[in-house]
Ligand binder design. Structure first.
Ligand code: GLU
Length: 478
């Protein structure tokens, strides 16, 4: 049997971290089994439809490396072709569904009643057994109707199997006769999703746990349609650190936001894979190819998975150091471009080399490197290392200024470091009298990359100007 999985998002304009996990797990399982990963756009709720969202989503999946196989199925197109309507009427003909003519006003009243009595909102079944005469009458009048699923009148529990949750049992008495086809002829999620999972030959339905309550309805639909039921895997909820359901209120939830901040796709994918899955040992770093090899649906946990931004930061820092930094210059510069738009490629790489070991995301590069373009104001006292004196610092800076001014060797961090060391010794000074004030003079900051890395990046002219400025500041302060 060829394994077929699917990702079935509703195009709401952005991809939720939970959506990425569903897509990733579905992709991994399909690829691991040399099967197919299909994409289906669930866009029949036209109120929620966002213009351009589908195109954006497809582009994003490609960018993340989760390329869907085969044709993309778009539900609004299938709806327009009458496919779901036909299926809904088929169920009516077989006695598993019925026309419901109740007005929205009546249903609203019913809802309020239930709310007052603190009961779950259920359809009361008024149209379930309408007399043929009254159905004919409605038909003649053209009363608008919806089609509802007939939940069986049984005291037996409805059983469904889930690969993560085991056998789940639902009491039919708690289920409502769900709407399958709306009065505008559009299908609801339940109908469209079952019809299409069948149409796309899906063997493994992998989706978030929030869909588990829909499982009994889907199980009934599979039975009524006489479709082969796929295997279900409802992935554990993704939680905020306080264990509430992951939401915008406590942090960012869209994949696009993380990409815009300069989180690498490799880091996002590696981290998101661990939201509910782990390899069973202490390995943490997995490329997409390694995930495909190691991923097992059987290893998915039931317990909610906490989304930790700190852990994602850790992953991103790892991928920046170990996969981005060694990239060929052209490729590196291309990745950096959106984060340092005003620089040349060479300068971008220069900035990256100064900071890549300490950043969590690429967006931080612009902020961290602001002082390279414009020296911030700083107090002259910052120039003096805690074990040094004004006098020693002044002579250290003056010696460094002369040295930089005269330096004729290639202007590289290594030569400059040797040069500064030499003058430190020659003047009987310590590193704190020379390297510290030079670093502050070049950055204006209490913490920054090394003075010789900074000097190499700034170039001779700017280095001499900045040191000269520090020398004058100290003179004035004395
Ligand atoms: N359209 C649903 C969603 O946005 C899909 C649920 C499913 O995978 O069946 O999550």
């Amino acid at each position: 049997m060829k394994v077929i999985t699917r990702f079935a998002p509703s195009p709401t304009g952005y991809l939720h971290i939970g959506g990425l996990r569903t897509a990733l797990f579905s992709y991994l399982w399909a690829k691991k089994n040399r099967g197919a990963f299909r994409l289906r756009i669930e866009d029949t709720d036209q109120k929620r439809e966002v213009e351009g969202a589908t195109k954006h989503l497809i582009h994003l999946l490609h960018r993340l490396g989760l390329k869907p196989d085969g044709d993309i199925l778009v539900q609004s197109q299938r709806s327009a072709a009458g496919i779901y309507r036909k299926q809904a009427h088929e169920l009516v003909a077989r006695g598993h569904a019925y026309h419901c003519y109740c007005t929205p006003e009546r249903l609203e009243k019913l809802r309020i009643q239930h709310e007052r009595r603190k009961q779950p909102s259920r359809y009361d079944g008024t149209c379930r057994s309408l007399a043929p005469d009254s159905i004919r009458e409605h038909e003649q009048k053209g009363t608008p109707y919806v089609i509802r699923l007939k939940i069986p009148d049984t005291t037996e529990l409805i059983e469904a199997k889930d690969g993560i949750h085991g056998t789940v049992r639902f009491d039919a008495a708690t289920l409502t006769d769900a709407i399958l086809l709306k009065s505008d002829g559009f299908p609801t999620y339940h109908l469209a999703s079952v019809v299409d999972d069948h149409e796309q030959h899906v063997t493994h339905v992998i989706r978030g746990e929030e869909w588990l309550p829909s499982l009994p309805l889907h199980t009934l639909l599979y039975d009524y349609f006489k479709y082969q039921t796929p295997q279900f895997y409802h992935l554990p909820l993704i939680l905020n650190p306080d264990r509430s359901k992951l939401s915008k209120r406590q942090g960012h939830v869209s994949v696009e936001w993380y990409l815009e901040q300069g989180y690498l796709k490799e880091a996002l994918i590696n981290y998101v894979a661990f939201l509910g899955w782990n390899p069973g040992d202490d390995r943490e770093i997995f490329s997409l190819a390694e995930l495909i090899k190691n991923f097992e649906l059987e290893q998915i946990n039931k317990a909610g998975a906490v989304f930790s931004k700190d852990k994602l930061d850790w992953y991103n820092a790892w991928y920046v150091k170990n996969t981005l930094a060694p990239k060929p210059p052209k490729e590196l510069a291309r990745t950096l471009e959106p984060f340092l738009p005003e620089h040349t490629d060479e300068r971008r790489i220069g900035v990256f080399n100064l900071f890549f070991e300490r950043i969590r995301n690429l967006r931080e590069l612009a902020e961290l490197s602001g002082f390279l373009r414009e020296l911030p104001d700083y107090e002259p006292s910052l120039l003096i290392f805690k074990k040094s004196t004004t006098e020693k610092t002044s002579s250290g800076l003056a010696a460094a200024e002369r040295y930089f001014h005269a330096e004729a060797e290639p202007w590289t961090a290594i030569t400059l470091e040797l040069g500064l060391k030499k003058i430190t010794e020659e003047h009987g000074l310590s590193f704190g009298d020379v390297f510290w004030p030079v670093r502050v003079a070049l950055s204006g900051l209490a913490a920054s990359p090394s003075p010789t890395d900074l000097a190499a990046y700034l170039g001779k002219k700017e280095t001499v100007v900045r040191i000269g400025r520090a020398v004058k500041m100290l003179e004035r302060a004395e």
